[in-house]
Design a protein around this ligand. Structure first.
Ligand code: SF4
Length: 290
């Protein structure tokens, strides 16, 4: 029987008795995710809702120029070793779920005080209710930014066609040749889609925030140069390199390995040229001469 993976949307064949268990075949997960996702029923994916697992009620930094509320949804189809939301990605049910209706109530209460909603994650484009949720958000007069890994080009296209997205924050994780390693998933279709999403956003002139988290063990300076070239080829000028943040991450081993210092990262950005910049660099204190 043909099934659809609820995590990565891959079609695959499976010897399946899920109808006998009372669940439709679409509530299933493909072989890409056999070890990280425990076998849980339908509710695991928060299918009936947006699966909202976190909220920042007020932010001035997540949507530059706008006062935004940020919501975080559970689940992701990548497994980036440096991901600092591992609980949302690997075990979203460990976080209390916020009902979509209560988030909408909150947004209604803040009418006139908020400019925008940022939907982050996890991976928002995996939420089947995303479009419905954003229609309500737009109905409240709010701008929408989606933070996405770019793997669901089709979803982004649908959102854009309905005028439901004003800005995209897209993680561009590695040069194409190394994408599977850095994203933790060797899925050619998903990786091709990241580039398709970037190209689509350029053609459609959607406001873009393209960013890359940098760790020396995953990306060296040559990789970054290749990425600069790939972006140039797509017509993307602005690119932000984010310093690795050694908090709670998916692969704890990454914290034990040397990465670029802030100074090295700033120097790399200067050498890359173009409109490359950095984020997450602690301001260097300049001490007065002795
Ligand atoms: S960094 Fe983003 S794309 Fe990667 S696992 Fe975390 S949420 Fe998913």
């Amino acid at each position: 029987m043909v099934c659809i993976c609820l995590v990565c949307r891959e079609l695959f064949f499976r010897d399946c008795n899920s109808r006998e268990n009372g669940f439709s075949c679409i509530f299933t997960i493909c072989r890409n995710f056999p070890t990280t996702l425990p076998p849980k029923p339908y509710s695991y994916m928060g299918f009936a809702e947006m699966n909202i697992r976190g909220i920042v009620k007020f932010s001035l930094i997540d949507y530059p120029g706008k006062i935004a509320c940020v919501i975080f949804v559970g689940c992701c189809n990548f497994r980036c070793p440096y991901c600092h939301n591992p609980h949302l990605v690997v075990d979203p049910e460990s976080q209390p779920e916020l009902l979509q209706s209560s988030v909408i109530d909150f947004l209604e209460e803040r009418r006139g005080k908020l400019d925008a909603v940022v939907v982050s994650g996890g991976e928002p484009t995996l939420r089947p209710k995303l479009m419905e949720f954003l229609r309500i958000v737009k109905g409240l007069g709010l701008s929408v930014k989606i933070d996405t890994n770019g793997t669901n080009t089709e979803v982004i296209q649908h959102l854009n066609n309905e005028g439901l997205v004003d800005s995209l924050g897209i993680d561009y994780k590695a040069p194409k040749s190394k994408y599977a390693i850095v994203a933790g998933r060797d899925n050619r279709r998903m990786i091709e889609n990241v580039f398709s999403t970037l190209e689509y956003a350029v053609v459609e002139k959607i406001h873009l925030d393209v960013r890359t988290t940098v760790h020396k063990a995953l990306l060296d300076e040559d990789d970054l140069k290749t990425m600069r070239n790939e972006l140039d080829d797509m017509g993307i000028e602005e690119w932000t390199l984010q310093q690795f943040n050694p908090v709670d991450i998916i692969d704890e081993n990454l914290k034990k390995v040397e990465t670029f210092t802030n100074t090295e990262l700033v120097q790399i950005v200067e050498r890359l040229g173009g409109r490359t910049k950095t984020r997450g660099i602690i301001e260097l204190m300049v001490l007065p001469p002795q």
